[in-house]
Design a protein around this ligand. Structure first.
Ligand code: ADP
Ligand code: MG
Length: 274
């Protein structure tokens, strides 16, 4: 704009382009714009850094809490389970009432499972890293989630290529199951959940697509923050945090695309283990 104005002024009014004109119209404006852009960008960066630090601090607190809680709760659970098991074998208790004991034991097992599932992020270093067959792992996760999908009238479709990545099988299952579960929960009136496992150059990719409620930008940015859940009493808001942690420990990456009302696509990428 400044250049055109100067050219216009020169030709229309035959004004000579002096040094002052050059400075005031071209140099200062350009420098000014650069300066403003620079300030805006660095401000933005600072802001996002601040958010990151706040988020990391939260994760830290939760991890410490989780580590101690899981330890303290597991022990009494194990003891209780042992005594219930003994009672279950006792002859003094009528068969009809043993059903209650079985239910109690099952419920304890469920509680133990929840602790195990949600509290692994307290230990970010994966033990027993092995070579995982992506196709097999995804199939296993799908098998686990089938009853839940059926209950929600969600159809599962999968397209899987066989390849190998490095990681801990248990933790990787946790990632897949959490993501599949979220996908299903995002479709309260049913739909299709597609899962793809593909190889792209040096990366193994897992794509999970749902056509559910989706997220807005704010929700998408808060994903992975502890206790962020839109499911009220049904959600814990810990699932995605666990997912982020585990993927990080596997040197993988996660990409989330989502549109409110249309659905969500989550893409994981891991280095191939050849
Ligand atoms: P929870 O499932 O217990 O609510 P998560 O950490 O798994 O906790 O997920 C956090 C929130 O992210 C969910 O409450 C939901 O709002 C949003 N979310 C996660 N996955 C999806 C998805 N596939 N579609 C729409 N929203 C999602
Ligand atoms: Mg979840």
């Amino acid at each position: 704009m400044s250049t055109w104005i100067i050219v216009g002024v020169k030709f229309l009014f035959h004004v000579p382009i002096t040094i002052e004109l050059f400075f005031s119209y071209i140099l200062i404006q350009t420098l000014g714009i650069l300066l403003i852009v620079y300030i805006m960008e660095s401000n933005k960066e600072k802001q996002s850094l601040l958010y990151k630090i706040i988020r990391m601090e939260k994760v830290e607190v939760v991890s410490h809490l989780a580590a101690s809680i899981s330890h303290e709760i597991r022990n009494p659970l194990t003891t209780t389970r042992g005594f219930l098991q003994l009672l279950n074998e006792s002859k003094a208790i009528p068969e009809a009432e043993k059903g209650y004991l079985t239910v109690a034991i099952q419920e304890l097992d469920q509680a133990e499972r929840i602790i195990r599932d949600y509290l692994t992020f307290a230990k970010p270093t994966t033990e027993e890293i092995e070579s995982l067959n992506l196709k097999k792992e995804i199939e296993r996760a799908i098998n686990i989630i089938v009853p839940f999908a059926n209950m929600n009238i969600v159809e599962l479709s999968s397209e899987l290529e066989s390849c190998y990545i490095k990681g801990n099988a248990g933790l990787f299952q946790q990632v897949l199951v959490n993501l599949l579960k979220n996908g299903i929960e995002a479709m309260p009136s049913g739909g299709t959940l597609s899962i793809a496992g593909t190889v792209e150059k040096t990366l193994a990719k897992v794509t999970i697509t749902d056509n559910g409620v989706g997220m807005n930008d704010l929700q998408r940015n808060r994903l992975g923050e502890p206790y962020f859940s839109t499911k009220e009493t049904k959600g814990t808001g810990l699932g995605m945090m666990v997912v982020f942690r585990i993927i990080e420990s596997m040197n993988g990456s996660i990409n989330i695309e989502s549109e409110q009302g249309k659905g969500t696509r989550i893409t994981l990428a891991f280095p191939l283990n050849i």
